[in-house]
Design a protein around this ligand. Structure first.
Ligand code: GLY
Length: 448
């Protein structure tokens, strides 16, 4: 698919005025696929340039965006320029933002190279930069002209990147329909194995992606600018997830943090909006069957609460959560600090890393507890939350009548360690790239 990318772009009549393309990629993905992408564009008659930024969330800054703007200006890019993002969610976010704003907006095409970016970041037109005060605080909506998701590039993802994408897939199934949820549960053991899913079972991977992307497109079509509380359902698991990411210095991958957030949220939902223990078990079983590893962080409940308040989704007094009452039946709830603190303390004290992430992650354990989970604990505070807003999804309420299926085997926990957030470096304009190393497993970026 990448090899015929230029031809596909050429067939887009909406951008017939484009004469040159600037591929924005990062130092992990560029050496693997930038040359191929540029050569496909050149064969289709475009001038093609490659701009490379450092890999990781640390690149999503105004400084790096400014360097990209200046590089575009130095290349003489005018409104006949197409921006092509080639990479994971970070590259898609910053390249999308640059495309949305350079010369008041030029066309953008995404070529996502992670499972997470294929399902989430490349769909729906959100672009973003981070500020020291928080993630994704600057951005614009910019719908891509086209998204090229070539599944063959996924085989080089490392295990954590793969699991991070699977967590997003699970989230999409949980918020969409019980039919998708049960389909994913049925195919979880195949999809959990990146090599099998990318080779012998590529048709199952393609179906999983098609289902997830369709589901996201449907939600975005109902609420493109995220003002009606429909698109916000995509933030299931994000409130705690963002706090974990921030407290790890963005060492924890987005999807893995969101999976933790979903595990917490469904338990909170038992108290706040009447989710059942069957729902908790069904979700736990799916995440376990997909072999989503635990995040090896055990911050205090207070640190989590402070971090949640710093997140852009927090209002002045209460923290907003997307909570499920059942599969495909979720709403927005504001939870007061007292209630939240009780549940965060319960969650922190009950966590036990089942498959601790092998990512080198900053250990911020201050009150690590490794007791067995007590799944009934979240029900003890049923009446204490303050529900101020509930906007339920359009789907009719369904029940968690069938349990998630699949493997529940556990891997030994790995040691937690440190990986710091990178400082931005200069944008590199490349005319030559390193030799592709397509068999090497890579670590790329994540997306909110
Ligand atoms: N990633 C959340 C959204 O696209 O709205």
């Amino acid at each position: 698919m990448l090899d015929r990318f230029g031809q596909d772009v050429r067939s887009l009549t909406r951008i017939a005025h484009v004469t040159q393309a600037v591929i924005i990629t990062d130092k992990n993905v560029g050496p693997l696929y930038a040359k191929r992408t540029a050569s496909s564009l050149r064969q289709a008659g475009y001038r093609a340039h490659i701009l490379t930024i450092p890999a990781g969330e640390g690149s999503k800054t105004i400084d790096v965006a400014s360097e990209l703007f200046q590089a575009l200006a130095q290349l003489g890019c005018a409104r006949d320029t197409l921006i092509v993002s080639l990479g994971g969610g970070v590259v898609g976010d910053i390249a999308g933002f640059v495309g949305a704003t350079y010369m008041r907006g030029v066309p953008v095409i995404h070529v996502p190279t992670t499972l997470l970016a294929m399902i989430d970041a490349s769909v729906g037109g959100k672009t973003a930069l981070d500020l020291p005060q928080g993630k994704n605080l600057v951005g614009a909506f910019k719908q891509p002209e086209y998204v090229c998701a070539d599944l063959t590039v996924l085989s080089t993802l490392d295990a954590e990147q793969w699991a991070s994408g699977l967590a997003e897939l699970a989230k999409m199934a949980i918020i969409t329909s019980d039919e998708f949820f049960f389909w994913l549960s049925d195919h979880a053991s195949i999809l959990a194995d990146c090599d099998a899913a990318c080779s012998a079972h590529a048709e199952i991977l393609a179906e999983a992606l098609t289902r997830a992307i369709r589901a996201k497109v449907d939600l975005v079509a109902k609420d493109e600018f995220d003002t009606k509380g429909v698109r916000a359902l995509l933030n299931y698991g994000h409130t705690l997830g963002h706090a974990l990411e921030a407290l790890s210095g963005y060492a924890v991958l987005h999807g893995l943090a969101v999976a933790e957030g979903m595990r917490f949220s469904v338990r909170l939902a038992c108290a706040v909006c009447g989710a059942s223990l069957d729902m908790v078990k069904a979700q736990d079983d799916l995440l376990d069957a997909l072999k989503i590893p635990s995040v090896p962080l055990t911050p205090t409940a207070n640190k989590l609460l402070v971090s949640m308040h710093a997140d852009k989704k927090a209002t002045s007094q209460k923290i907003r959560f997307v909570l499920p009452t059942d599969i495909a039946h979720l709403g927005l709830f504001e939870v007061d600090d007292e209630t939240l603190s009780i549940h965060l303390k319960a969650w922190v004290s009950q966590r036990r890393p089942k498959r601790t992430s092998q990512r080198r992650t900053k250990q911020i354990a201050e009150d690590a507890q490794v007791e067995e989970p007590k799944k009934t604990a979240t029900r003890t505070r049923k009446k204490t939350a303050t529900q101020t807003e509930e906007k339920e999804a359009a789907q009719p309420k369904t029940s968690t009548r069938r349990k998630a299926q699949g493997a529940t085997e556990k891997k030994p926990a790995a040691k937690a360690s440190t990986r710091s957030r990178k400082k931005p470096e200069s944008v590199a304009q490349q005319s030559t790239e390193a030799q592709p190393q397509e068999t090497k497993k890579r670590r790329t970026q994540r997306k909110a």
